[in-house]
Design a protein around this ligand. Structure first.
Ligand code: PEP
Length: 256
């Protein structure tokens, strides 16, 4: 199975010129890498600027609304529907990122509605889960279980093939590579996530479900996460805005 490496640019960069430069810098390398599905998730505004037809690089969005309104019926100021994204050439969508949960009050119920609408549109969904902190009593495991169970409630079995889980411990986001989670703990977490998902998704689909890691993934830790942590790829924040770093991660994923 191909590795999946997803660039989450968040609310960056500030100009379309910079966005084009970063994008071209990544595309040049990504086009030559066949063992990795490379996905770039720019801010909505830049999506249509990137022409990716027949390209090995895929477009993603950082969020999508939970309604696909019928023609002419979209009374949701400021929102973008999954169908609109699909028509703009988007293949993947990140849902339930911790920054949206934290800053916009997204609950598991809202995340669930978004996951459903996006899957119904035929988008591939990258569902983010992760704990704020690790307590000695292991309450964080229950927190992640709830995020998974509530986020995926009522999803059609046939749609699970389009699902990716991004495990992103919040405490590891936006740090230096050395402060990321450890490969051993990510491996344990992947086993746990699959155990939680098995009754929901079924044995076979759970086995095939890609679990990617996010939280200061950088070239310095990528190989260990792939080899020892056995992740299927990465959700990359700050390092995805630096083509030389992101491309290094792509190369490591291609060779691991
Ligand atoms: C993220 O926020 O999805 C993320 C992984 O960020 P960073 O790589 O900067 O930790």
């Amino acid at each position: 199975m191909k590795k999946l490496v997803v660039a989450n640019w968040k609310m960056n960069p500030q100009t379309i010129e910079e966005a084009n430069n970063i994008f071209s810098g990544i595309k040049r390398t990504a086009q030559k890498i066949t063992g990795v599905e490379t996905v770039i998730c720019p801010p909505f505004l830049y999506i249509s600027a990137f022409k990716l037809k027949d390209s090995l690089v895929k477009l993603g969005a950082q969020d999508a609304f939970w309604v696909n309104p019928l023609a002419g019926k979209g009374p949701y100021t400021g929102e973008i529907s999954p169908d609109m994204l699909k028509m703009a050439g988007v293949k993947y969508v990140i849902i339930g990122h911790s920054e949206r949960r934290e800053n916009f009050g997204e609950t598991n119920e809202m995340v669930n509605k978004k996951v459903k609408a996006a899957l119904e549109s035929g988008l591939k969904v990258i569902l983010c889960v992760g704990e704020k902190e690790r307590d000695h009593e292991h309450a964080y495991l229950r927190f992640i279980k709830t995020e998974l169970e509530e986020g995926l409630r009522g999803i059609k079995k046939t749609n699970f093939k389009n699902l990716v889980i991004a495990y992103e411990p919040i405490w590891a986001i936006g740090k230096k590579g050395a402060e990321a989670d450890s490969p051993e703990s990510v491996l344990q977490m992947s086993i746990y996530i699959r155990r939680v998902l098995q009754p929901i998704v079924g044995k076979e689909l759970t086995h095939d479900l890609p679990i990617i890691y996010g939280g200061s993934a950088e070239p310095v830790n990528a190989e260990a996460f792939l080899k020892e942590g056995k992740v299927q790829g990465f959700l990359v924040g700050h390092a995805s805005l630096k083509p030389e770093q992101f491309n290094e991660i792509l190369k490591i994923a291609n060779e691991s």
